[in-house]
Design a protein around this ligand. Structure first.
Ligand code: NAP
Ligand code: BGC
Ligand code: ZN
Length: 356
């Protein structure tokens, strides 16, 4: 079968032949429909994040997959079921984080991430997975199933942000998403359920398709060249919730000043090491005197995937069609990894749902 891989000493993905995997006991064989590409894939290909599986010189890419069960292999699934795999797997048999159903809370060394850290991903014609890591998706949204994983990231971040505000009455109204990449834009649309006023910050000038998309769903675009994150309260309003999805490290600290009293910021970006000056006293005081919180959030668990299935199903088809700028077959898979201002979200298609 064909697989899209990244070699340790190369910075372009390539297609290679690999044997079709055989499901072990408790595993199903899944025929891959589509696999999405996000900023993490670009970081993995560039060598800035992740780790090739032990003993291999390459890793199959892809962690945002949707497929159809091809061999249920005595698992609770049936052939033809549409499924999305979760990302983390326990490295040497189960551990307490996986046993609790909280793989997303495991520290380094206690997890692999398929297509990212120490385990092959899903960008291949077939993959196998233990049934417990497969989430069923209604066939009606099979074509958008590759968006379930990124949406699950947001489900977790929102759950943790709300949990940090659960000790008092919190009635958030305003939300600011930092970053107009695919994660930021998907999150902005998901926040329609719960926030009266939504803003999204980027560094692009008009005309730009992401700005059009932001405005098409009734949100306000904030240009970071004109309004720094910590100036947002003066230019617009203080934010009850900030969702950082740029990976631009100063934004983490500027978020504290963008927040309204009692507000919470969720940090999702994964920057490299970066030293810069901040007014630590001022930020410390802001946290304390205004009851603010920041939560970091990575990965997601099974329940976040289940919630994400509902969230994707609830999004307008017209939004999804504008968000997804390209679905590319294996013959033109390079286009799915384009990194330009006209590309928002892409996926590689291994087989169309109707032709499976
Ligand atoms: P992406 O496509 O690279 O999006 C990042 C966006 O941020 C880009 O649109 C970029 O704008 C914008 N940006 C960067 N610096 C900016 C600045 N100074 N001012 C304004 N906008 C700025 O990546 P993604 O897939 O959406 O993911 C976003 C971040 O979340 C990445 O760091 C990724 O690693 C991380 N992530 C984390 C998790 C998790 O579990 N924590 C999950 C998924 C992704 P331009 O396009 O104009 O350059
Ligand atoms: C993936 C997560 C993963 C994170 C860090 C994200 O792009 O969606 O599942 O935990 O990267 O590697
Ligand atoms: Zn991702």
């Amino acid at each position: 079968m064909k697989a899209i891989v990244t070699y340790e000493d190369d910075d372009e993905p390539v297609v290679i032949e690999k044997p079709r995997p055989v499901p072990a006991d408790g595993e199903a064989l899944v025929r891959t429909l589509r696999v999405g590409v996000d900023g993490t894939d670009h970081e993995v290909i560039a060598g800035g994040h992740g780790e090739t599986p032990d003993g291999d010189d390459h890793m199959v890419l892809g962690h945002e997959a949707v497929g159809v069960v091809a061999d249920a292999n005595d698992t609770p699934f049936e052939e033809g079921d549409v499924v999305v795999p979760t990302v983390r797997r326990p490295p040497n048999g189960a551990n307490e984080y996986f046993a609790r159903g909280e793989p997303d809370m495991a520290p380094d060394g206690r997890y692999h991430e398929r297509g990212i850290v120490g385990a092959h991903g899903f960008m291949a014609e077939y993959f196998t997975s233990p049934a417990e890591f497969l989430v069923e998706v209604p066939p009606e949204i099979a074509e958008w199933g590759f968006l379930v994983e990124p949406a699950s990231i947001t489900e977790k971040a929102i759950e943790h942000a709300y949990a940090s505000r659960s000790a008092f009455h919190w009635g958030p109204e305003s939300a600011l998403v930092l970053g107009n990449g695919s994660l930021g834009l998907l999150t902005l649309a998901m926040l329609d359920d719960g926030f009266d006023r939504r803003y999204c910050l980027g560094r692009r000038e008009r005309p730009d398709p992401t700005i059009d998309l932001i405005e098409s769903i009734g949100a306000t675009y904030v240009d970071s060249n004109e309004t720094a994150v910590d100036e947002v309260p003066d230019a617009h309003e203080p934010m009850d919730f900030v969702y950082e999805a740029t990976g631009y490290a100063p934004h983490a600290f500027e978020t504290i000043e963008a927040l309204a009293p009692n507000g919470v910021g969720a940090l999702l970006g994964v920057p490299g090491d970066w030293s810069f000056e901040v007014d630590g006293g001022r930020l410390h005081r802001e946290f304390v005197l205004h009851n603010k919180a920041l939560v970091g959030s990575v990965n997601s668990g099974y329940e976040h995937f289940e919630a994400a299935v509902d969230s994707i199903a609830a999004l307008e088809e017209s939004f999804l069609e504008d968000l997804v700028t390209g679905i590319h077959g294996l013959d033109e898979f390079e286009a799915a990894f384009a990194d330009d201002d006209t590309t928002i979200k892409t996926a590689v298609e291994f087989v169309a749902y109707e032709e499976r």
